[in-house]
Write a protein that binds this ligand. Sequence first.
Ligand SMILES: Nc1ncnc2c1ncn2[C@@H]1O[C@H](COP(=O)(O)OP(=O)(O)O)[C@@H](O)[C@H]1O
Ligand SMILES: [Mg+2]
Length: 477
Amino acid sequence: MTSLLEEIETTADVRTPEDPFERIIGQPHAVSIVRSAVVQRRHVLLCGVPGIGKSMLAKAAFSLLGKPREEIRLRRNCQHPDRPEVVRLHTEEHDSVSHPPSELDTVYFAPDRLPFEIGVKMGYRCPRCGSVSFPNQAKCIECGAHKRCDWSDDESYHGLFRMLDVVGEPALNFVTDLREIGGVTYHVTYQRASENQIAVTRQLADGHDIDSSAGIESTERVLVGRNSRRFVRVSGSSPVELLGDVKHDPYGSAEGLGMAAHMRVVPGAIHEAHEGILYIDEIAALGPYQAHLLTAMQDREYAISGHNPLSSGAAVRVDGVPCDFILFASCNTENISSILPALRSRVRGYGYEVMLASHMTKTTENRNGIIRFVAQTIEEDGRIPHLNVDAVREVLSVAESLAQRFDGKNDALTLRLRELGGLVRIAGDIAVQDHSAVVLPEHVKRAEVLSRGIEVSDPSGLAYGRSEAAVSKDYYL
Ligand SMILES: Nc1ncnc2c1ncn2[C@@H]1O[C@H](COP(=O)(O)OP(=O)(O)O)[C@@H](O)[C@H]1O
Ligand SMILES: [Mg+2]
């Protein structure tokens, strides 16, 4: 193999691959395992120091996955408003619902399930206390209030319903309303069928009516859309982020009053990664939530409920929300013992543990790899000039000294490429300040002094972590 140093003038002459796997330098073992793992839908635990390509591997794996087949929706549950139902919609079905039938069967239900304001208009519900009684009873059986009076001065929050305009009006036998159901707008007619029964019919609304339906709550909503990006990254240990939540609403699920339960459900990362990849950075940091993650992996579905016990969201639960993801987890070598043993054995039984290298031997091929890495970094950054050959030699010698400093290896090149990428970017910024069209060796040297400065002033060795924190968030992905 010939050295790229003999073939190029600047890093602009280096050919960089498009394939995200080929862009990963110095980890051939990990690359080959990950490639086959994804095809078989296996979980992967990536171990190794920061900045060596763990996130890159997970993202490359994602590029091999096909489009998701399922969309996850939630439907309002009329019998149990606090138990919204899950609808798993296959892509093929999706296309058929875009042409819904124009009229649907009439359904019957009890007056207490009418939307609040419709219940008031039809004379069932008391606008003051909200309880339900027959329309022929002028006074509420619960609070004794006149059902057709203006209670707007009243202390209770039902006084809000002054805008309902029922004052003095007789109770209505039927009410028509516009509702959006699954993205389609219908005229919904509520009609008194018997003393205790309401007939509900829906009919497709005309196009020009659709605007006036704005703000009307739908009875079904998309939780995880079929076009959503199913690569989801989790860091930290928030159960809400991982497992989902139900937002608080001061009115709870009171019919027509608060926001319906199914609208308040927030999916967790495990659900958003359904059919895709869930990437957990530093899995040990999940602490006790690793057990929940394990359950989700075993069952491939996980209930969403409110996490704050003081919130009205705590009363809500959605069972069986699908979460059939491939787990990619990263772990620092020291933290491997903090991974829940059962979770680790699940990964081993149904996937792979891969150790990533932090350095590589100084062969021509590997030196070429570092050169290609420099070219990739400049390409990705887009704001800095390329390096001339001598500047590249300088980067190679820094790569060598980093392998010596961090890993105690001679004749090796570092694979802590986030660190090396930082150096290239600083050198590029210095060249830009110098109005230089290419990055020269002196720019690399000055960049190295700058980046080393932090470490010298911090003998504890924590500087590595700190300089990492200073890097913008993008580099973590
Ligand atoms: N093996 C590698 N090949 C090419 N670039 C790398 C490699 N490792 C790290 N990098 C560079 O460093 C950045 C951070 O890498 P990342 O994959 O987030 O590391 P990790 O997840 O192991 O902490 C990447 O965006 C890339 O620019
Ligand atoms: Mg990362």
